[in-house]
Design a protein around this ligand. Structure first.
Ligand SMILES: Nc1ncnc2c1ncn2[C@@H]1O[C@H](COP(=O)(O)OP(=O)(O)OP(=O)(O)O)[C@@H](O)[C@H]1O
Ligand SMILES: [Mg+2]
Length: 259
């Protein structure tokens, strides 16, 4: 049984004049336990909207999200979310940020301490655990967010373009860290990106979304052993194939806009 099934999700937004913008146009896919699934799509196509629906932060107009065979309702399923913008609490130290979800779920203090110690070590933030967010780097902030999301062992972790705005060296380093943490924690991950290289390097499978309103245009199983070499012919040939499809999608959008 899949860890998560997304079934025929549709979503529109309406402006003040009640004009409709159709964003999701019947999205369906499964995610297997411990899978690393990436979702790629053009800017503004509805990726964040899709993640918010999966996390129960937004209601779809129709369709459903099913966890372990049970329809999600009332936020019973637990989804860890790494947001597109940095979202650490600026007044809390690294350690207190990581501890946040455990406090909210009323874990007892001894267990809290043990779980936070483990996460701090896992993401390599021991030396900085008492620093405030403005006293750490952008890359360290992302690792802290990863730890904060994973500390409560969510059913699934969704990550929204979390390596944008980082220089390419930090980005490569964090991709490797993210993979290590995924493997060590046995997590199931949906990883939204607009970077084709990143998706091919990291994922078991990549889903491609069309321009808005988003539907799935293709799916690639990346059957390459890990650790992967980003510059290998295999990685580059997946990259070329995916970029071709995205280019066609882009051209269609430009044609529709008459540009
Ligand atoms: N709350 C909202 N109200 C109205 N329109 C919205 C709202 N949120 C998003 N949109 C619109 O819906 C579309 C999809 O937005 P979304 O943020 O899901 O896209 P995205 O794929 O995550 O984009 P990006 O790659 O830039 O992060 C966009 O056209 C956006 O302007
Ligand atoms: Mg987004």
């Amino acid at each position: 049984m899949p860890k998560l099934s997304v079934r025929n999700l549709r979503k529109s937004y309406f402006n003040d004049d009640m004009e409709e913008t159709k964003v999701l146009d019947g999205i369906s896919f499964d995610v297997q336990d411990r899978e690393f699934l990436s979702i790629l799509g053009p800017s503004g196509c509805g990726k964040t909207t899709l993640l918010k629906i999966i996390a129960g932060l937004l209601q779809p107009d129709s369709g459903e999200v099913v966890f372990d065979g049970a329809r999600a309702s009332g936020g019973r399923h637990r989804v860890g979310f790494i947001f597109q913008q940095e979202s650490l609490f600026p007044w809390r130290t690294v350690r207190k940020n990581i501890e946040f979800g455990l406090e909210a779920e009323h874990y007892d203090p001894a267990e809290r301490q043990m779980l936070v110690d483990r996460m701090v070590d896992l993401v390599g933030m021991k030396e900085f655990e008492n620093n405030l967010p403005h006293e750490i780097s952008g890359g360290q902030a992302r690792k802290t967010e990863m730890a904060r999301s994973l500390v409560t062992s969510p059913d699934i972790l969704v990550s929204d373009e979390c390596f944008s705005n980082l220089d390419s060296q930090t980005r490569n380093y964090l991709q490797e860290e993210f993979l290590r943490i995924w493997q060590e924690t046995g997590s199931t991950i949906i990883f939204v990106s607009h970077n084709v290289d990143e998706a091919v390097f990291m994922s078991d499978r990549v889903i491609l979304l069309s321009n808005i309103p988003a539907h799935i245009i293709n799916e690639f199983v990346i059957s390459l052993p890990r650790p992967r070499d980003r510059t290998s012919t295999d990685c580059l040939s997946y990259r070329a194939e995916i970029l071709d499809l995205l280019r066609v999608e882009q051209e269609k959008a430009m044609h529709l806009r008459g540009t």
